[in-house]
Write a protein that binds this ligand. Structure first.
Ligand code: C5P
Length: 221
């Protein structure tokens, strides 16, 4: 797609995976590479949008012509997304956000002590950013898109999640040990709150990104 159908629009994309620190050198993280989010940012820019990319621990080069806001944790990602969403036409949450974080952050490196069992790690809930921005739209008509990685009952779980999160579109893909994470290609179904179902065949992450922007642009018109 070369048509500048997102010209004059501001879109926010989150990408990558949050890291929740236990101490200065350790964290709880996930395998998200950030590639899908970066593909979304690149394709939106190519379609004329002003793009804010909130990037969590991706290590990927900044896409040209995109505003990149680097973050580490879910709480930092929330702050950056909520701030950027204030004047956004669309928000796409492609980042893998940790549902929980360690309850305690040890200011010094946690040490093993001879003859002593390790301390259990206690977790607390992180804010659900997608649910929050869906519930409190920063402007009327703002389109909110979520991603869901499911391992089984992909469509049924996707529908339930779409309703629970309150977003307009949910990109559902099946993940497994060798699927999706870090790969160059993706395969998904995009579920709409209006009941629509758009299958996206196995292909480059750019193709899925363009389908997402097609559906967003339709809803912005
Ligand atoms: O509930 P689940 O983690 O499967 O939902 C995935 C979607 O929700 C993604 O779009 C992700 O960016 C978003 N999410 C979020 N805040 C969380 C957890 C997930 O915004 N704490």
């Amino acid at each position: 797609v070369t048509e500048p159908d997102l010209r004059g629009r501001h879109v926010v994309v989150s990408a990558g995976g949050t890291r929740e620190p236990l101490d200065p050198v350790r964290f709880l993280g996930n395998r998200s590479s950030g590639k899908q989010g970066y593909a979304l940012a690149r394709t939106a820019a190519a379609r004329g949008a002003r793009v804010t990319l909130v990037a969590a621990n991706t290590g990927l080069p900044d896409p040209a012509g995109v505003d990149v806001v680097p973050v580490g944790t879910a709480v930092q990602l929330r702050e950056a997304v909520v701030k950027a969403a204030a004047d956004a036409d669309a928000v796409v949450m492609a980042a893998a956000v940790a549902d929980f974080r360690p309850a305690v952050y040890a200011a010094g490196k946690i040490k093993k002590k001879d003859g002593q069992e390790p301390e259990p790690i206690v977790l607390v809930r992180n804010p659900d950013i997608l649910a929050e921005i869906s519930a409190d739209r920063a402007r009327p008509g703002q389109v909110v898109v979520g991603f869901a990685a499911e391992t089984d009952d992909v469509l049924a779980n996707g529908r339930t999640k779409l309703a629970r999160k309150g977003c307009d579109l949910l990109v559902v893909n099946e993940v497994g040990e060798r699927k999706t994470f870090g790969a160059e290609e993706n395969e998904a179904v995009v579920l709409g709150a209006d009941g629509s179902e758009t299958p996206v065949p196995h292909g480059p992450k750019e193709a899925l990104a363009d389908t997402v922007w097609d559906l967003v642009a339709e809803r912005l018109r």
